[in-house]
Write a protein that binds this ligand. Structure first.
Ligand code: FEO
Length: 400
C-alpha cells in the first residue's frame, strides 16, 4: 500500500485495525481503530514518529519500505504505539531513539533495548535539526501516561500529538479530515476515546493545551483517528470542554434493575423530564449498555441520574461499576441525582449516593427510594424527583 503524504515531507505510515474487538481489552471498537505513525523527511535525516501495535508490524514495515530511518521519536510508550519498537530497532541498527528520561526507562523495560548509544534523551523545548526542518519537543505528562510528549515541526507547523486529540474509529480511505466524512469522529468516537482513555487526566490535558496555545498549527497528527487540518479549532474546543468537564445540555439516566421496578421509575422520571421540556434524554440500562458509552454520555451531558435496586446490601453491580468509573475519572460539574428501590434494605442507595457525591464534591441534587413495586405514591415521588433535578440544574446553569 502506498504511503499518504500529509504535507510537504510528512508521510502517513499508520495502520487501521478492524480486527481487535476491544481496545485495552475493555473498550469496544465497532468502527475499528488506527495506530498512526508518520515519517518526516529532512534534507539531512529521516525521522519516524511513533510505531504501531506489534500485531500490525508486518504491514507497517512494508509501508516504511526502503526508507532509511535515522531517528525514531517516541512520544508515548503505551504498547499500541511502542509495540513495534524492537522490530524497528532490528531493521535500523544505526537508528537513534529520541525520547524523554521516563520513556527511556519504559523502552528498556517493555522493549528490552539496552544499548545506551541508541538513546537521545530530550527535555521540554529541546530541538532537533534535520536539515531543512527542525523538530521541537514538548513534555505533556499524563496525556496519557507520565512519559507522554509531543513533537512539533516548527517550519511546517505540524504537531505530532500522541494520544492528544485522538479518536476511536479507523478512518475510511483517507486520513486527513479534508478527505473524509468526520461526523463519526467529531460527534461520537472522539468523545468515547477521550472519556474512556484520557478522562482522568483533565488537568494534565489543560496544562498541555496552555503550553500549545500559541503554536501555529496547520496539521495535528494524533496517534489515533484522523489527521486534523480544517477541523483543528473544533477539535481543540471539544478537547478543552471535555478536559475542563464542561458539559452540553442533556440528561443521562443510568439504571440497574433486576425485575423491572427500577426500570419503571426510570421511565417515569424520563417522562416527567420530557414533559418539563427536556428533549435530550439518554437512558442506559447498565446491565445491557456498554460501559464505554455510559462513560462517554456522562462526560458529555450536564445532568446525570443514577438509579439502582439494592443487591446484597450494595447497589446493583453494573451500576456500582459505573459509579466507580466516574470516581476514577473524577467527574465534575454535573447536576447529579440518585434513586433506588429496595425490598427490605432501606437506605442503601441513599448511603451510596451520598458517599459518591462526597468523594467527588458534587452536590446531590435530589434522591428518593421506594419499597417493592412502584405505586401511585412512588410514581409521584419519581416525578417530584425529576422536578427537583430540573430546578437544581437551572440553579447550576445560572451560577455558571
Ligand atoms: Fe494510544 Fe495511550 O495509547
Amino acid at each position: 500500500m502506498k504511503t499518504r503524504e500529509i504535507t510537504t515531507d510528512i508521510h502517513y505510515v499508520g495502520i487501521n485495525d478492524r480486527v481487535t474487538v476491544k481496545f485495552e481489552e475493555q473498550w469496544p471498537l465497532p468502527y475499528g481503530v488506527s495506530y498512526n505513525s508518520y515519517i518526516v523527511k529532512g534534507s539531512e535525516a529521516t525521522v519516524l514518529i511513533d510505531t504501531v501495535k506489534i500485531d500490525a508490524v508486518n504491514r507497517y514495515l512494508q509501508k516504511i519500505g526502503s526508507e532509511k530511518i535515522d531517528y525514531l521519536v517516541v512520544n508515548h510508550m503505551e504498547p499500541d504505539h511502542s509495540g513495534s519498537i524492537p522490530e524497528v530497532c532490528k531493521i535500523f541498527p544505526e537508528m537513534k531513539i529520541i525520547c524523554n528520561a521516563i520513556a527511556k526507562q519504559m523502552i528498556k523495560g517493555f522493549c528490552h533495548v539496552e544499548d545506551e548509544d541508541r538513546f537521545m534523551v530530550v527535555k521540554d523545548g529541546d530541538e532537533l535539526n534535520i536539515g531543512n526542518h527542525t523538530l521541537r519537543f514538548y513534555m505533556t505528562p499524563m496525556v496519557h501516561w507520565p512519559e507522554t510528549m509531543m513533537t512539533y515541526v516548527i517550519d511546517l507547523r505540524v504537531l505530532f500529538s500522541g494520544d492528544g486529540f485522538g479518536s476511536f474509529g479507523a478512518p475510511n480511505g483517507g486520513i486527513i479530515d479534508t478527505e473524509i466524512d468526520t461526523d463519526l469522529f467529531l460527534n461520537k468516537e472522539m468523545y468515547r476515546y477521550y472519556s474512556n482513555i484520557v478522562g482522568k487526566y483533565g488537568k494534565s490535558v489543560m496544562m498541555a493545551l496552555a503550553k500549545l496555545k500559541d503554536l501555529p498549527l496547520d496539521y495535528v497528527c494524533s496517534t489515533h483517528g484522523p489527521v486534523w487540518h480544517d477541523k483543528i479549532p473544533e477539535v481543540m474546543e471539544i478537547t478543552r470542554r471535555l478536559a475542563s468537564y464542561e458539559s452540553e445540555p442533556g440528561v443521562v439516566i443510568i439504571y440497574g434493575s433486576m425485575y423491572g421496578n427500577t426500570t419503571e421509575a426510570a421511565e417515569e422520571i424520563a417522562q416527567e423530564l420530557n414533559l418539563l421540556g427536556e428533549k435530550k434524554i439518554i437512558i442506559h440500562n447498565a446491565a445491557h449498555s456498554e460501559m464505554s458509552d455510559m462513560i462517554s454520555d456522562a462526560f458529555r451531558y450536564d445532568t446525570l441520574i443514577v438509579g439502582s435496586c439494592v443487591y446484597s446490601m450494595r447497589l446493583f453491580p453494573p451500576v456500582e461499576a459505573f459509579l466507580t468509573a466516574m470516581e476514577t475519572r473524577e467527574i465534575k460539574n454535573k447536576t447529579f441525582g440518585g434513586f433506588g428501590s429496595f425490598s427490605w434494605a432501606n437506605g442503601v442507595a441513599e448511603k451510596k449516593f451520598n458517599e459518591f457525591t462526597e468523594t467527588l464534591k458534587l452536590p446531590l441534587a435530589a434522591t428518593f427510594s421506594f419499597k417493592h413495586g412502584i405505586s401511585d405514591g412512588s410514581a409521584n415521588d419519581a416525578r417530584e424527583f425529576a422536578r427537583q433535578i430540573m430546578a437544581e440544574r437551572k440553579k447550576m446553569e445560572n451560577n455558571n
